[in-house]
Design a protein around this ligand. Sequence first.
Ligand code: CA
Length: 527
Amino acid sequence: MKSVLLSLGLAVVSAASAAAPKGPPNIVFIFSDDHAYQAISAYGDERRLLATPNIDRIAKGGMRFDRCLVTNSICGPSRATILTGKYSHLNGFMNNSNSLFDGSQVTLPKVLRQSGYQTALVGKWHLGSDPTGFDFWQILPGQGVYYNPPMIRQGERIQVKGYVTDIITDVSLDWLKNRDKSKPFLLMSQHKAPHREWAPALRHLGSDGDRVYAEPPTLFDDYANRGIAVRDQDMSIEKTMTPKDVKFEAPPQLDPEQRKVWDAYYEPRNAKFRAANPQGKDLVRWRYQRYMHDYLMTVRAVDESVGRVLDYLEKEGLADNTIVVYSSDQGFFLGEHGWFDKRWIFEESLRMPLLVRWPGVTKPGSATADLVSNVDFAQTLLDAAGARAPADMQGRSFVPILRGQRPADWRSAFYYQYFEYPAPHRVRPHYGVVTDRYKLVRYYGTGEDYWELYDRQQDTLEMRSVYGQPAYAEATRQLEADLARLRRELKVPDVIPPHWLGGRNPNAKGPDNAKNPGKAKAKAKAP
Ligand code: CA
């Protein structure tokens, strides 16, 4: 009897210590720019474009989200939504042309800071105004450059030598090492890569051994069975790529030594291209191969950086009480529909990669197809930190999903809206509702007002609109009802001011408005 009691007592003690509060979790938010889920091996894309063993460590240790949907598929707006937990029309950052982030808004880092967190932001920011809510920040001005980038550290402009992805990781790790260790922390480590013009670390040039990458089945999409928007865009590998995109022009930031390494890789291959002088579909195929080489090699450096951060957390004994998030501001086309870039409600552009590792809470190696969004990130991370989210945030905490306890009333329909037009890339403004099966889309604001409906169950590649077909009448009625309800709940205005599409913003102050007049600049065409 005594021994039974003793062992029971021990059991109680050990259970108590396992459940003992470890304090609020640290949060490492690793974020990249334009990183397509097709280029993360944990997502299992059939082209098997690249192995990302370190990013996959997050998936193996946590949860992979297969449908994390962006509210507005473009860089600045996605970032503004993550910070504020609000859609573009409420946080004021509608497009990259003339928006300037209002840093006086309540944001995720500000609420965490009030809750006792130390906060830092390193890398790509791209919101025009200076960051607010961070104890430390060091950002790239604007889009940033890949080699020897200028940076802004707490308002002071500095010049840093090296490759941008490595630098962002170095600065992130330095901050982690020197932080106030008495507080939990939020580190937002945000990469420029793999954003255009997809310039790899010099050590990775040629590291794919001139592999020939599989083409997506829609590389030569003829744009039939859909409206004018898909035909009239300016984001195709065939028509839009520039000499810089295909590396017939070296980045001016390379120093002479770096330039030698660059030329040693690209020059012989460019000479071969000139000699072969491919035309038509062969030219598109050549460009696709070059695009994949460069884009995927930039991801390789991101993956190495993720490994360095995970190694540091493990070495310091921080991993057990740190939530690690990997995501990117939107998806990206890797040749699907003949495109690069983003902006569309189509799946490659709409879906953000999202991997979350939360030891002791999230089941390792789990996955979900529940509809989550960047509009949920702030409330989710605040919930995980035990902080109260402001009532006017528009998302919902997906902590229950991370715990494996999906709420019965989790959203089944998601609202999307894109604004920026015509420059750059001439993607017509559109909004719509997305469910597990359907997308009902309205193109608006350009004088051509029309609807499309996609049935992903029958048409996984989204190649034909079935809008108006009698077989879809009932589904369309339901989607219209969802759309109307979401627009009402999210307070989307019926009439939007023209400057939300770009152009001159009568309300904005500051450099962004002057620098980006929202007009198409004539760009050189790729050879
Ligand atoms: Ca982006």
